[in-house]
Write a protein that binds this ligand. Structure first.
Ligand SMILES: C[S@@+](CC[C@H](N)C(=O)[O-])C[C@H]1O[C@@H](n2cnc3c(N)ncnc32)[C@H](O)[C@@H]1O
Length: 317
């Protein structure tokens, strides 16, 4: 009974902490200690399956852990699977549990876990096989190394960004993908803006840019041939003035401070998604109204590689 109440208070605390960075950090340290002295309550099986990986980023595991502490592993998992807790923004915790043996199974899992919301995004993800864009565990919902100290982002982050940008990725839209890395999200956005649209992917490491072009050639050659997707080597912090303004800007690396120039390159009615921060990061959405005013919205806490110089990235900052 005592464990039940401890678990329930943690669940409530986590819920409240969602909205506030400081509260969230204290929650993370507290769950770290909870993990140590409450470990016997958590099944060895879930520990071995990697839910409790020892990472400081607890977002993907914290509510599974708490639900297990509260209700036992089986009931905790069932609560999530029945979508009971989704309305309360707990679904992100399930994100990292999505996996499959191929792209179709991964997409199915992302949909069942409440991450994919629209048919348009679902169809796009089905069309772009992650297996062409990363060598390791492509059908698991985790970031994977792609070389040069960079990673392809986790599928749930790609889904989150595509859903948030959906209305801004119309046929004919112009899009800037900064830190295009593997080219996966660039390809997805390319499919969504076809025909007559343009997605410019900027990557500052020439080897990564070359690799992403090869990935695109194997997966979605048509996008390159039609000129819908263009990969360019450059410093994404400067944006891409040659093609500005953009209906959507996605930044795939975390900026300490949002470069003003990127907001200037956003078209009226446009939307930018950017991870902000250094050790603590949040995904932020900027919307530019028709009259040019900018509004800002917190989406979720995240962990991305920094938006930096190639030298900083290679030496691992
Ligand atoms: C998380 S990774 C890749 C994200 C990409 N959406 C994907 O899923 O493959 C972020 C990328 O940003 C790139 N990057 C970091 N700083 C940059 C900068 N100043 N200009 C352009 N690219 C940058 C890195 O090289 C890396 O490829």
């Amino acid at each position: 009974m005592r464990d039940y109440w401890i678990g329930t208070s943690y669940l409530l605390w986590w819920w409240v902490a969602q909205s506030n960075k400081t509260l969230y950090s204290s929650f993370v340290s507290s769950v770290n200690s909870l993990r140590n002295w409450h470990l016997p309550l958590i099944s060895r099986a879930s520990y071995k399956r990697g839910f409790l990986s020892g990472s400081k980023t607890l977002r993907q595991e914290e509510s599974t852990l708490i639900a297990q502490v509260c209700c036992g592993e089986r009931i905790g998992r069932e609560l999530f699977q029945k979508k009971f807790l989704y309305q309360h923004n707990i679904r992100r915790a399930m994100a990292w549990l999505s996996r499959g043996r191929n792209q179709a199974e991964l997409v199915k899992a992302l949909k069942e876990n409440g991450l994919i919301k629209t048919e348009r995004v679902e169809k796009t993800l089905l069309a772009v096989d992650r297996g062409y864009f990363c060598k390791y565990r492509p059908y698991e919902d985790t970031p994977q190394p792609i070389g040069w100290n960079a990673t392809i982002s986790a599928p749930h982050m790609h889904v989150t960004c595509l859903e948030l940008l959906n209305e801004h990725l119309k046929p004919g839209s112009k899009v800037l993908d900064i830190g295009s890395g593997s080219g996966y999200l660039t390809a997805c956005m390319g499919i969504m803006v076809r025909p007559n649209g343009l997605v410019v992917g900027i990557e500052h490491i020439p080897g990564l840019a070359q690799q992403s072009v090869e990935n695109l050639e194997r997966s979605q050659r048509i996008l390159l041939e039609e000129g819908v997707v263009r990969i360019t080597v450059g410093d994404g912090r400067k944006g891409f003035p040659e093609e500005a303004p953009f209906d959507a800007i996605h930044v795939g690396a975390a900026a300490g401070n949002v470069p003003r120039v990127l907001l200037d390159q956003l078209a009226p009615g446009g939307r930018m998604l950017i991870p902000e921060g250094t050790s603590e990061q949040e995904l932020v959405q900027y919307d530019k109204a028709k009259d040019g005013t900018i509004s800002k919205r917190h989406i979720t806490f995240v962990r991305y590689v920094p938006l930096c110089s190639p030298e900083q990235q290679i030496r691992g900052m």
